[in-house]
Design a protein around this ligand. Structure first.
Ligand code: HEC
Ligand code: HEC
Length: 289
């Protein structure tokens, strides 16, 4: 054989080897990147947060149960957890986000565990919950939280409880590694607890309830296509009666469908009392100090 017939074969073999090496390199890089993402997500999911103080100045007493049931709804707990738990999100490859059935969780939670879940966004094992809006719930007063705990302890277990918990697939882990899933423990501010509701009550309710979606002075994009306007920009357009109507029905002045605001109004906000709504209105329409 001459070199002329050998040459192309050698070249193509060389090319193939080169291509194999290149592809191998790219696959190794992709694997490394995927491994890096996986490790980053694992680290976030398994991170242990230091447990803060969990004593309540007010004991969860039976006399608080009816108020606790109302507050479990008014603070939005029921909108997410419902009675039997709720799958908030589920998609192949991404995973499943569950607001668990609390009657199933409660036997394993001490009162301090419950306080830490709500105020700090951490589980009894020290890892963080996700999505639960601890940045707003962490300011709930000791009395209000004691009432919610007292109520929760009276709820019988549900036979129809949603089973299984939150579980992340590969795409969900990419989202976690990219910081796109809010970790509740990161949003909580330790040490803001107060025995009673601080004055003014309107400010307290805005910080613990509306703040799950709204800021006072800046619009907030929920990343899902809705922008919750700055409360101080929109509330003054309403009369006191119109504001009550908005919070009770979700119906705005111009009749638009307000999406998540309507759901909140028909759910959590429908459990606010008239004096609470008026306190909110007063706070949101007065000039800031
Ligand atoms: C926006 C929805 C939302 C709201 C509002 C909310 N939660 Fe949650 N909650 C969740 C989700 C989601 C989880 C589970 C998160 C996870 O799996 O990481 C959770 C977890 C918990 C847990 C831990 C349960 C367990 O078995 O690990 C407790 C306790 C809890 N919530 C109580 C409350 C209480 C009390 C309130 C009201 C003061 C409340 N939640 C408001 C979404 C919510
Ligand atoms: C679950 C999230 C959520 C909660 C909780 C929530 N809001 Fe909203 N709210 C929204 C969104 C989103 C909009 C904007 C809807 C739109 O324009 O399509 C909105 C709009 C509004 C508006 C403007 C209505 C208009 O005329 O356009 C007011 C006023 C308002 N909210 C007040 C409140 C107050 C007060 C609270 C607490 C008591 C509250 N909201 C709690 C999500 C929420």
């Amino acid at each position: 054989m001459t070199t002329a017939t050998l040459e192309p074969r050698r070249t193509s073999r060389g090319l193939k080897r080169w291509a194999r090496r290149l592809l191998g390199g790219a696959a190794a890089l992709a694997l490394l990147a995927a491994g890096g993402i996986w490790l980053k997500a694992e680290a976030a999911l398994h991170r242990h947060w230091p447990a803060g103080p969990a004593e309540l100045a007010v004991a969860p007493a039976p006399a608080l149960v009816p108020e606790g049931e109302r507050l479990f709804r008014a603070f939005g707990c029921h909108d997410c957890h419902q009675d039997a738990g709720r799958v908030l999100f589920e998609a192949r490859g991404v995973g499943r986000l569950v607001a668990p059935n609390l009657t199933r969780s409660l036997p394993g939670f001490t009162d301090a565990d419950l306080v830490r879940a709500v105020r700090q966004g951490i589980r009894p094992d020290g890892t963080s919950l996700v999505v639960m809006p601890t940045g707003a719930l962490d300011e709930i007063s000791d009395r209000d939280l004691a009432a919610i705990l007292a109520y929760l302890r009276t709820v019988p277990p549900r036979p129809d409880a949603v089973s299984g918990g939150t579980d992340w697939g590969p795409l969900g882990r990419v989202a976690i590694a990219a910081g796109a899933i809010p970790f509740s423990a990161a949003a909580a501010e330790a040490g803001v607890a107060r025995p009673e509701r601080p004055a003014p009550e309107g400010a307290y309710l805005a910080r613990t309830i509306c703040a799950g979606c709204h800021d006072l002075d800046l619009p907030r994009d929920d990343g899902l296509g809705f922008v919750a306007p700055a409360l101080r920009d929109v509330a003054p357009a309403y009369s006191a009666d119109g504001f009550r109507h908005l919070l009770r029905t979700g119906a705005p002045l111009d009749g638009r469908d307000l999406g998540p605001m309507k759901e909140a109004a028909l759910g959590a906000l429908s459990h606010l009392t008239d004096p609470e709504i008026d306190a909110l209105y007063g706070y949101l329409t007065e000039a800031p100090e």
